[in-house]
Write a protein that binds this ligand. Sequence first.
Ligand SMILES: C[S@@+](CC[C@H](N)C(=O)[O-])C[C@H]1O[C@@H](n2cnc3c(N)ncnc32)[C@H](O)[C@@H]1O
Length: 218
Amino acid sequence: MEHSFWHSKWQNNEIGFHEPKGNALLVKYADTLLGCDSDLASEHRIFVPLCGKTRDIGWLLSKGASVVGAELSETAVQQLFEELGETPEISSTSKGKVYSKGELTIFVGDIFALTAQDIGLVTGVYDRAALVALPDGLREKYSTHLVSLTNNAPQLVISFEYDQSVMTGPPFSVDENTVSTLYSQNYHISLLERSTLEGGLKRKVAADNLVFHLQPAT
Ligand SMILES: C[S@@+](CC[C@H](N)C(=O)[O-])C[C@H]1O[C@@H](n2cnc3c(N)ncnc32)[C@H](O)[C@@H]1O
């Protein structure tokens, strides 16, 4: 998608992808990524690509993890901090603006402009509605970039699978084969869950939620 597509979505508040209550599958599988059952969460720094203003960031912070995100739309980032009730410190870098407060840092701009040095060490990646937001032609570039950006950090990936001929994305259908093609060189991939998305996708097409755990192969 063109950047203008997403900017206009945020400008017009057409953000049907945003979950006001956060994502239940993150809560269900966070211990896989964070070790929430022990007191390990505070040792984690989780990267949230294409983060929007997801409530999941607040949830991860509440578990004691640090969070670093990347988001194209400054409107989204402003709303994220407002809804968290936090006033960010805003700095300008050669890569664009960076909003931060406490354990939260968000890079505003194109994720493809960021380097591993920019984001620093991360211990995990939470990808919900990021991989599926990208069209087929961009996914390989994204997955390769994400691996290098995060030094092959473990990932929790939540995707949708549905009949792409019934509806055009985004979100796009990203099935097990696609995840395997994109990531099997770098990760052992486990499908943690396949479940029916209640009400279908946009009430137009039946869809499954897929949850993957990607563990570094090396
Ligand atoms: C489908 S939304 C998902 C947002 C969030 N992950 C969630 O679960 O609510 C995709 C987001 O990616 C952002 N985005 C799209 N392309 C991007 C890019 N190249 N770099 C950074 N963010 C991007 C959009 O502005 C949008 O907020």
